[in-house]
Write a new protein. Structure first.
Length: 180
């Protein structure tokens, strides 16, 4: 019985030491390693072979810094490379499709994956009687190719997630604020 208890204590000590080492690695060492790997990828050229020739794509890092959702309306507009307005339209399968009706802001040279008239599937949904998603969404994109940072609902002529700002005033701000 004494040997069994000694073995049990040895195993428990070994497990505690392993967990402590694992926590040190995941909390302190791994994030530093990941950050260095990601910074090496920023602004590098990636070559994709195809049948006839090679094409290249320059990868631009997305917006970094303060979390996008915590920025003011003006800062969000300035940091965005594209801002799209999508309206919900019923689809044949019962979904409400978010169809991009216009770009309120599109920085010159920004590569977007969606044209006016395309469905933005990330905001499309199946209706639920308990919840309304409004009449459409405003979608903020950063970088090029443009990556979605934030979307917020539009109810009538107001953008509820942006302090209930009228769409007309938001459109004016998009035209006035210069990109960063």
């Amino acid at each position: 019985m004494k040997k069994f208890i000694e073995g049990l204590l040895f195993g428990a000590g070994f497990s505690i030491a392993f967990i402590a080492l694992w926590m040190i690695v995941t909390i302190f060492i791994y994030p530093v390693y990941l950050e260095s790997q990601m910074s090496d990828l920023a602004d590098t050229e990636i070559v994709f072979p195809d049948d006839s020739d090679t094409t290249s794509l320059t990868v631009h890092p997305a917006y970094t810094g303060e979390p996008f959702y915590s920025l003011s309306i003006e800062e969000r507009i300035a940091k965005s490379s594209a801002i799209a307005l999508a309206k919900f339209e019923p689809a044949n399968d019962g979904r409400m499709q978010a169809i991009i009706v216009e770009y309120l802001k599109l920085h010159p040279g920004t590569e977007t994956r969606y044209a006016v008239g395309d469905e933005y599937r990330g905001s499309s949904y199946y209706p639920n009687e308990d919840r309304s998603r409004g009449d459409g969404v405003v979608i903020f994109f950063t970088g090029s190719p443009a990556n979605m940072e934030l979307s917020t609902s539009v109810y009538g002529d107001r953008i509820t997630g942006l302090n209930d700002i009228p769409l007309a005033l938001f459109r004016e701000k998009c035209n006035e604020i210069a990109p960063e």
